[in-house]
Design a protein around this ligand. Structure first.
Ligand SMILES: [Zn+2]
Length: 259
């Protein structure tokens, strides 16, 4: 009986090992830094900090970009940052701080809006093959789930949903590329909490996606100092941690996931 238990344990261990993804250049884990809503503090603080340590992030932009900011976003794209789709008007369930109500949207309307934003982004950076983040992490509009309709339309490669510090991805075999979980930060998340999440991802050998809003300003703000401390930790551990854009991380994960 004891032998059988040991045998089953070993079998289980072997199966788990097989299901593990191997990252490029002997890296142990992947961290994806994402920033939502096209906020000014991302242009003035987050991007200069990332550039100073040669790290790249993913910026989920809305139609809230203009003649002053478009040249800056274009410049960020040229430096390797990913410009991604977060709809034109950011429709969500009615709340005081979000004027565009998604209750009155149809699935077709949101898909059309995502398509318009794709074209808008093409005008900014000339790229195609866009990734997406659901506004307010809501995967439905007008009471209807639109994930499968979005999949069928084929206009988005990968999409990010919400989550907390448990959003550590290790099972790439069963990961839905249009429902990739992320760690959505709260207002003033400390550097300790951010680094603890990264360490958890490192130990798992998987991927962790972090969702920022403001950095040193705007709203749901991570302080300039906490953001800087996180980047310092990532830079110090670059031998083990691959920091890349959402699109690049997912391209690699989907091409190399266990069969
Ligand atoms: Zn948003």
């Amino acid at each position: 009986m004891k032998k059988l238990t040991l045998f089953l344990l070993l079998l289980n261990f072997a199966a788990q090992a097989q299901d593990k993804i191997t990252w490029p250049n002997h890296k142990k884990a992947v961290i994806v830094l994402t920033y939502d809503d096209a906020l000014h503090s991302q242009l003035s603080i987050a991007i200069p900090q990332l550039d100073s340590v040669h790290l790249t992030g993913t910026f989920f932009l809305t139609g809230d970009i203009n003649n002053l900011t478009i040249p800056q976003w274009r410049k960020a794209s040229k430096k390797g940052h990913e410009l991604a789709n977060h709809t034109v008007f950011h429709p969500c369930l009615s709340r005081d701080d979000n004027p565009m109500a998604s209750e009155h949207y149809t699935v077709n309307r949101i898909l059309h809006e995502i398509e318009v934003m794709n074209n808008y982004l093409f005008a900014v950076d000339g790229k195609s093959g866009r990734t997406y983040a659901y506004p307010c992490t809501e995967t439905h509009v007008g009471g209807k789930d639109y994930v499968d309709s979005l999949r069928k339309r084929g206009i988005i490669k990968y999409a990010r949903i919400g989550g907390d510090t448990n959003a550590v991805i290790t099972d790439f075999k069963h990961l839905d590329p249009l429902k990739v979980p992320s760690y959505g930060l709260e207002d003033h998340t400390s550097a300790e909490k951010l680094i603890a999440f990264v360490k958890k991802v490192e130990e798992s050998g998987g991927m962790g996606v972090i969702m920022f809003h403001g950095v040193g300003g705007d709203y749901i703000t991570t302080s300039t100092q906490a953001h800087r401390e996180l980047l310092t930790y990532l830079t110090k551990n670059k031998k083990d941690i691959w920091v890349t854009t959402f699109q690049q991380a997912m391209d690699y994960a989907m091409a190399n996931k266990p069969k």
